[in-house]
Each structure stands twice: as structure tokens, then as C-alpha cells.
Design a protein around this ligand. Structure first.
Ligand SMILES: [Fe+2]
Length: 300
């Protein structure tokens, strides 16, 4: 069971975006119902050396919850090589399809194709820009646990990297998905506030509302598209961290619809398939406003 003893309701906190250090939960008190281990269908499942390395990096995240201190990972040459390969290939597609905000954000955070960025260095910049934070985690956790942390303007982030045999693919989040997909968008004030609203919602949502929030998160944070000067661009992490998904998103096979909150929260999706329908938001500010009204309705 995910436990978080802080008491707050959406109505009283929705206007308050700043989370001071002293307002943060004690990470050592957070207990997750489920933290994903490496599954048998993972490309590295039969590679003992890979498993040992992944377990070691995961142990640094566990240590963070005991000490509150993030340990930088001393990435190996092979790990840096995987990053250079994937980040380099994605860079070309980003120039074509990524939202201009995202492209600038990557530069602002110092995320390059050359080396794997550390959570600590990205945290320093995020703090200055939007007060967002990254906290290491050793694997995927349950929806309520993960989303609730966003209410503290905090995203749980893995630090290990995918297996070298499939640089184009990972069945679980890894540092490529986090740092290339998710983290740059937290430098956008509206997107950061939006994420916090989703987190506040997750803390008070019924199980049914939590499922709705999960779908909203999926079609925005993971697979979102945004209008830009009459064009459509990508800002979702699942798109920006996968060349297959990104190319597919702009192909004729995808129905790119205007964002409609009611439709999105009721739209079932299949996790493992390429997405046949994606939603285009008019702006991050608009996404924030609609979501704010939606979360406020949880209390009524
Ligand atoms: Fe993700």
C-alpha cells in the first residue's frame, strides 16, 4: 500500500504551486505497493552482468529513500555508448517533430547527445526554473504512488539504462525515457503546474477517478501532441524517447484529434500497441486550466 501521511485537499492547494524543502514527504516513510523488478521479457533478462548492474543502480535509488541524498551514477563506457546511439538518432527526429519548447528545454537542462545526464545536475536547473524535482526510484511503481508524488512537484525517475542488444526498445522506464522523454517538459511552468494538479488529484481520487487520471496522463504526459503555429508537434515522453513511436505518431495510421478531456479520460488504450489515436492540446496553459477544473470536481 502506498502511504503518504500528508493531509491536504485539492481545493486548498490548487493555487499553491511552491513546494518548499520542508513540505516534502520523508522519502523513507513512503512505501510502495509494487516496485517493478526486471521481467522475463526484458532484452537483458538472461544477461547476468546486465542484471547485476541494473540491480546495483537500483540499490542507489533505495539508498536515496534512506538518506535523502541522490548518488550520481558512474556510467560505464558501454552505457554512455548506448546513450550516444539513441540520443543521436532521436535528435534528428526531434528537430522535425518535437515541440519547440521541448527543444529549448533540453538545451536549458544541458541534455546533450554526448553523455548521460545526472539527476543531481538536472535537479539544480529544475529548481531554478520551476521548482520541480527528480527523485530516484528503482522501477515502475503503482499508479497512485507515482502520480501522488507529482503533487510535491516531484517525479520518480529511474537511473539505469536499457540493454545494448535493443537500443531502440525498453519495456520499462530507463534514463533515456526519463531524461529525453519526461524531464525537459518540467521546465515549462504550465506543464509543471499541470503535473502537480494530476498529483493532487491522485491523492484524493476514487479508484475510478484514478483510472481516468491514468488515461489523462497516458494521452498527455506520455503521448501528447501540441499545436504550434498551425502545425502539430510532440511533447509526450513515450513519443520523444522512441523513434518508432515518434515516426508513427506523424504517419497516416494515426488519428490526431483535438484534445477533449471528457473523451480522453474515458479512452481505453493498450499499453503494448502503437497508439492509433492521439490528442492535440491547443497549449500547455489550456491543458492546465481544464485539468484544474476537473480535479476541483473531485471534491464535490
Ligand atoms: Fe513515462
Amino acid at each position: 500500500m502506498f502511504t503518504d501521511t500528508a493531509t491536504s485537499t485539492a481545493g486548498t492547494v490548487l493555487e499553491n504551486f511552491i513546494v518548499r524543502d520542508e513540505d516534502l514527504p520523508e522519502f523513507k516513510d513512503l512505501e510502495f505497493e509494487d516496485i517493478n523488478q526486471l521481467h522475463l521479457d526484458h532484452p537483458g533478462a538472461n544477461d547476468t552482468e546486465y542484471r547485476t548492474r541494473r540491480d546495483y543502480i537500483a540499490s542507489l535509488a533505495k539508498r536515496f529513500r534512506e538518506t535523502g541524498e541522490i548518488t550520481d551514477v558512474d556510467y560505464t563506457d558501454e552505457e554512455q555508448g548506448i546513450w550516444r546511439h539513441v540520443a543521436g538518432r532521436l535528435e534528428e527526429l526531434h528537430e522535425q517533430h518535437a515541440s519547440p519548447f521541448y527543444l529549448q528545454a533540453k538545451r536549458d537542462l544541458g541534455i546533450t547527445t554526448e553523455r548521460i545526464p545526472q539527476l543531481t545536475e538536472m535537479n539544480r536547473r529544475l529548481k531554478e526554473l520551476t521548482g520541480f524535482r527528480l527523485a530516484p526510484i528503482e522501477g515502475l511503481v503503482e499508479t497512485r504512488g507515482f502520480l501522488s508524488l507529482l503533487s510535491y512537484r516531484t517525479m520518480l525517475s529511474t537511473q539505469y539504462i536499457r540493454h545494448h542488444s535493443r537500443p531502440d526498445y525498453t519495456p520499462e522506464p530507463d534514463i533515456v525515457h526519463e531524461a529525453i522523454g519526461h524531464i525537459p517538459m518540467f521546465t515549462n511552468p504550465s506543464f509543471a503546474d499541470y503535473s502537480q494538479f494530476v498529483g493532487l488529484g491522485a491523492k484524493i481520487a476514487t479508484d475510478e477517478q484514478l483510472e481516468e487520471l491514468g488515461r489523462l496522463y497516458w494521452f498527455t504526459v506520455e503521448f501528447g501532441l501540441v499545436e504550434h503555429e498551425g502545425d502539430v508537434k510532440a511533447y509526450g515522453a513515450g513519443l520523444l524517447s522512441s523513434y518508432g513511436e515518434l515516426e508513427h505518431a506523424f504517419s497516416d495510421e494515426v488519428d490526431r484529434r483535438p484534445f477533449n478531456l471528457e473523451e480522453v479520460i474515458n479512452h481505453d488504450y493498450t499499453y503494448s500497441d502503437m497508439q492509433p489515436v492521439l490528442y492535440v492540446i491547443p497549449s500547455y496553459a489550456e491543458l492546465k486550466e481544464v485539468t484544474k477544473r476537473y480535479i476541483e470536481s473531485f471534491q464535490k
